[in-house]
Write a protein that binds this ligand. Structure first.
Ligand code: DP6
Length: 329
C-alpha cells in the first residue's frame, strides 16, 4: 500500500525578524517574528510517496539526490512523525523550487511548509495549522510561518518542549490588498554564512543582541498595530528598523557576519531618498544581499525606477501577499 500527495507552498519575508535560537535541536527562537507570505511568483512543489517497502526516506531536491548532513531536517521531521503519530513508513520525496532563475533566495521556508502539507495529505492525518507549523519549524524555523497565507506571527513560546512555539495567522491575504514586495536580486560574489551558523555565533558572541532582545516584544506589538490598521508609514519604519537591527547584531558577532554588500547599501540609500517627503517604501534584507522592498501598488513604479538607477541589480520581481500552501493532488 502506498500513500501519495503533492503540495505547493511559497516563501515568506519577515518584517519582524527571527535571528537567534534558544534550542537548536527543536528550532525554538529567542523572539517572536512576523512575516508576509508571498504569492506564487516564487513557489516550491513537493511530491511525497509513503511506502511500507521503503527502507529509508529519500529526497530529490531540484533533480539532485540529497545525502548526509543535508538530510538532518527531514530526519527530524520523520522522527517527530514516528514518535507523535506512530508513522513507521519511509517515503520518497521529490521537491522542486520554481523561483525565477538566479533568484538566489532561500527556499527552506517554502520547502518545509510544502513538506508538512504533503505529509498531512498523503497520510490523511488531518493536522491542525498549529501542528503543521510545528512540523515545518523542525525543518527550518522560518518555515513555521509559511504554513499560512497573509500576515503571520510565529509565537516564540516559552516551553522547553516547543509545543507552544508555532505560527498563527493575524490577517489573511485579503486584509491589505495594496501591499507589494519588490525583490531586487543582487549579485552575490562571496559565499554567505548559513543562517544556522550565523544565528549561533550571534547569540553566543554579540552583546548588542541582548539589547535587541529587550525591545522585541514592543516591536511586535507596534508592528501588529501597523498591520491591522494598514498604517503603511508605521509599518515601513518598523520594517527598516528591524532589518537594520538584525544586521547590526550580525555585525556585532565575533567574527562579524556581513550579508549586505555595496549594492544593498546603495538600495538602502535609494529607499531613503524616495522616502524624503512621504514614506513610500520599507526595505528589509535576510541573510543575503537581496533587497525586499515593501511598498503599496501605486508606488511600485517609483520603487522600480529608483532601482533601475542602481548598477549591480540583476533582476526585480514583484510579489503580492499570497494565500498559503495548497494540495495539488
Ligand atoms: C534572516 O529559517 O533559514 O530569514 O531556522 O536555521 O533554518 P533556520 O534558519 P532560517 O532563518 C531565516 C532568518 C531570516 C529572518 C526571518 O525569516 O525571520
Amino acid at each position: 500500500m502506498a500513500y501519495f500527495a503533492t503540495a505547493l507552498a511559497t516563501p515568506n519575508i519577515a518584517v519582524v525578524k527571527y535571528w537567534g535560537k534558544r534550542d537548536e535541536e527543536l528550532m525554538l527562537p529567542t523572539n517572536s517574528s512576523l512575516s508576509f507570505t508571498m504569492d506564487e511568483t516564487l513557489k516550491t512543489i513537493t511530491e511525497i510517496g509513503f511506502d511500507k517497502s521503503l527502507r529509508e526516506t529519500s529526497l530529490i531536491l531540484d533533480g539532485k539526490k540529497i545525502i548526509g548532513a543535508e538530510l538532518a531536517g527531514i530526519n527530524k521531521v520523520f522522527s517527530y512523525l514516528h514518535d507523535k503519530y506512530d508513522v513507521k513508513m519511509h517515503a520518497k520525496i521529490t521537491s522542486k523550487n520554481y523561483f525565477p532563475t538566479a533568484a538566489g533566495m532561500a527556499s527552506s521556508a517554502s520547502g518545509y511548509a510544502a513538506l508538512a502539507f504533503a505529509i498531512n495529505a498523503a497520510l490523511g492525518l488531518q493536522l491542525s495549522g498549529k501542528e503543521l507549523s510545528i512540523i515545518a519549524r523542525l525543518g527550518s524555523g522560518s518555515a513555521s510561518r509559511s504554513v499560512y497565507g497573509g500576515f503571520v506571527e510565529w509565537q516564540k513560546g516559552t516551553k522547553a518542549d516547543g509545543t507552544d512555539s508555532f505560527a498563527v495567522q493575524i490577517a489573511d491575504e485579503n486584509h491589505w490588498l495594496q501591499i507589494r514586495n519588490v525583490i531586487a536580486i543582487v549579485d552575490a560574489k562571496k559565499k554567505k554564512v548559513p543562517s544556522r551558523a550565523g544565528m549561533r555565533e550571534t547569540v553566543a558572541t554579540s552583546r548588542l543582541f541582548k539589547e535587541r532582545m529587550k525591545g522585541m516584544d514592543r516591536t511586535l506589538v507596534d508592528m501588529k498595530r501597523a498591520v491591522s490598521s494598514k498604517d503603511f508609514e508605521g509599518f515601513a519604519k518598523i520594517t527598516m528598523r528591524e532589518s537594520n537591527s538584525m544586521h547590526a547584531v550580525m555585525a556585532d558577532a565575533k567574527p562579524p557576519i556581513v550579508y549586505l554588500n555595496d549594492v544593498s547599501i546603495k538600495i538602502i540609500a535609494g529607499v531613503e531618498a524616495i522616502n524624503k517627503q512621504d514614506i513610500v517604501a520599507g526595505y528589509t534584507f535576510d541573510a543575503g544581499p537581496n533587497a525586499h522592498i515593501y511598498t503599496l501598488d501605486e508606488n511600485v513604479s517609483g520603487v522600480k525606477k529608483m532601482l533601475a538607477g542602481i548598477s549591480g541589480i540583476r533582476k526585480t520581481i514583484v510579489c503580492r501577499v499570497g494565500s498559503g500552501p495548497r494540495i495539488l493532488g
